[in-house]
Design a protein around this ligand. Structure first.
Ligand code: MN
Length: 276
């Protein structure tokens, strides 16, 4: 969101009968992590009485998304694709079942920005623009994945500007699926190597730019920004009654394991930890 885009800010008015909304992000679901998938599937199997009126996924639900055709394509010969493609279909089926009783909203993250209309439909999800103003309980809540605010990570911001262009996406999606899977695999390996390098030095981790977050809040007329992406769950006071609330990522293999739902209701925001 910048000066030129602020007049196009998407407002989403929650139905007046809604009493609670659940937020999750950064699950990074992948076939190689059955533990996180199992906890997530159990969360989706909650009874309607335990659920909020809506589930909002603020990006990076999937570790990677190389095109909606992963849900259709027949299992190829490569072992990676044989494991991955049925996994994406299982994810879609779990979401579709949940959405039969509870609406599910999805905002793209930097991992799953290629998730398209076909996959949204298959998963029973409705797309949310990044950022979106949710008008709920008489207040305005600004929702974002968060990566667009990590201004210090200039390499990533440049990459983001490229891959969010329609022309780049069309060219990428026109490549054969096997090739896209291989490219994504290589990019993930590079990203993991960078993360391992940064692990020992917290100053190398990109974080949301405080002044930029304040500007977004002021321009949108919101008091609270809810976002994910940074994997650093916290509440940051930005002064003047403004705050940003960061969602947790989900990693059931980490020590201690992390998985959290943020629920917003008339009592405010509450974090709920999920366990194996
Ligand atoms: Mn992210």
């Amino acid at each position: 969101m910048d000066e030129t885009h602020s007049d196009r800010l998407t407002e989403w008015h929650a139905p007046t009968h809604w009493q609670a909304v659940d937020f999750i992000s950064d699950l990074h679901l992948q076939a190689a992590d059955p533990c996180t998938f199992a906890v997530w599937r159990r969360f989706l199997q909650r009874s309607v009485a335990q659920r909020a009126d809506a589930l909002c996924i603020l990006g990076d639900l999937f570790e990677v998304w190389v095109g909606d055709d992963v849900l259709q394509a027949a299992a190829p010969h490569s072992p990676r694709a044989q494991e991955d493609r049925p996994f994406w279909r299982d994810c879609a089926a779990a979401l579709q079942a949940y959405s039969q009783h509870t609406p599910v909203f999805f905002m793209h993250g930097n991992r799953d920005f290629l998730l398209g209309a076909q996959a949204l439909n298959r998963c029973g999800m409705q797309a949310l623009t990044d950022p979106t103003v949710l008008v709920f309980l008489g207040q305005r809540w600004l929702l974002s994945h968060g990566d667009a605010l990590c201004l210090d990570d200039t390499d990533y911001m440049q990459f983001r500007a490229t891959v969010r262009q329609t022309a780049w996406q069309q060219a990428f999606l026109a490549r054969p699926l096997d090739e896209r899977e291989t490219i994504a695999h290589e990019l993930r390996q590079q990203s993991q190597a960078r993360k391992a390098q940064a692990a020992g030095d917290p100053t190398l981790w990109a974080d949301v730019d405080g002044p930029a977050a304040r500007t977004w809040l002021e321009r949108s007329g919101c008091h609270t920004l809810i976002h994910g992406h940074t994997h650093r769950p916290a509440r940051h006071d930005l002064g003047a009654g403004l705050q940003r609330v960061v969602l947790s990522d989900w990693d059931l293999n980490a020590q201690p394991p992390r998985a959290e739902v943020l629920r917003l209701d008339a009592q405010g925001l509450h974090r709920q930890a999920l366990t194996c």
